[in-house]
Design a protein around this ligand. Structure first.
Ligand SMILES: [Zn+2]
Length: 353
């Protein structure tokens, strides 16, 4: 499943997770590229030859969500050019795979200023990405010496073979490496002219997830732990939150996400993610402090909680919402704050939030 990695693969979380929260707004200023737009590779790469998939970026790649009463109208995703210089040391190349799960498509980043470059992620393996990579490397007179993979999902690792066809000497690095790949460990540094990336092991979205701090900019390549729009899905909420808290303290600049636009206030966005998760958790705990709607006690199923917390959301979306509630309940269970019997959950201490 190449497209199930980033956003929840169901209408409710997709709509919800990609909607800005009321406090988040949608006020991201335009990219800090004005100083470099004269050298954007996107201008060299012949807009008239854009593939249908990149033209498709001009339309929102999310489905039209059903109205959610407590959320603002979803702003359309801003279109992103297929290749774009984001800073003197960072060029973003889109993987050419826009979808409701991957936003404008998976981002890959070419990093450095000299003839040897680092590449963060490789996209999905689509011909348009390989063509864009070849054009960009030719224009930059550079080659990729190391590719750093943020996590195992196919839309991030699927272009490895294509990369090697263009740059046969490139080394492939990944936490929990596959055959022929080299490991990434926490704190490992990767240096090329103009850029030093430091790996940070940040499980959550997946167990093998890493992010990279770009020392020269105080920026972070956040992989799929933090996205350019909405919020991300995760495999383990407690682990994910710990990673987010660590990430927030490790940089002060922009976030270069695995999907979507650059986030100007990177640590601020990470803290918003943490607040959002805590708010959802508090909603669950507060609801469980009361009697269930059957009126027979304090044992709640995930779906019963959903029917209270998401009462304004169409019932057809409740199944998807319940999956997120189960994640919260599992975290609370690990913390000893709830117990479970069969499918029913109960607070161990109803007075504690
Ligand atoms: Zn992804």
């Amino acid at each position: 499943m190449s497209d199930s990695c980033c956003l929840a693969p169901s209408p409710y979380p997709a709509a919800h997770h990609t909607l800005p929260q009321p406090s988040e707004g949608n006020s991201r200023p335009s990219l800090p590229t004005s100083a470099w737009t004269g050298t954007t590779t996107s201008r060299r790469t012949c807009p008239s030859k854009q593939s249908p998939s990149s033209l498709h970026l001009n339309t929102p790649s999310l489905p039209h969500p059903p109205p959610l009463h407590n959320t603002p109208k979803m702003a359309p995703l801003p279109p992103l050019p297929e290749v774009h210089r984001l800073s003197p040391t960072c060029i973003r190349l889109l993987a050419g795979n826009p979808s409701k799960f991957t936003l404008q498509g998976t981002n890959t980043y070419l990093v450095g200023t000299g003839p040897s470059r680092l590449l963060v992620d490789t996209g999905q393996g689509l011909p348009s990405w390989l063509a864009a990579l070849r054009r960009t490397l030719a224009a930059e007179n550079a080659t990729v010496t190391s590719a750093l993979l943020t996590h195992w999902h196919p839309d991030h690792v699927g272009g490895v073979a294509d990369l090697l066809s263009a740059c046969p000497d490139a080394q492939i690095y990944k936490h929990t490496p596959g055959p022929g790949q080299r490991p990434i460990v926490d704190g490992q540094r990767f240096t090329v002219e103009g850029a030093t990336l430091t790996a940070v092991y940040t499980p959550g979205h997946t167990a093998d997830h890493v992010v990279f701090v770009l020392g020269e900019e105080g920026a972070m390549f956040t992989g799929d732990n933090v996205l350019g729009h909405g919020t991300a899905v995760f495999e383990d909420l407690g682990v994910y939150l710990r990673s987010l808290e660590r990430m927030a303290g490790l940089f002060e600049g922009v976030a270069y996400p695995g999907h979507g636009e650059v986030v100007e206030d990177g640590p601020g966005r990470v803290r918003e993610y943490i607040r959002h998760r805590k708010m959802r958790e508090e909603q669950v705990v507060k609801t469980m402090q009361g009697r269930n709607e059957r009126g027979d006690g304090y044992w709640w199923t995930a779906m019963e909680l959903v029917k209270v917390i998401y009462r304004d959301v169409p019932e057809s979306l409740h199944g998807a919402a319940a999956a997120g509630v189960v994640q919260i309940l599992r975290k609370l269970e690990k913390e000893g704050r709830v117990v479970v019997e069969g499918e029913r959950w109960r607070l161990t201490d109803r007075s504690a939030l």
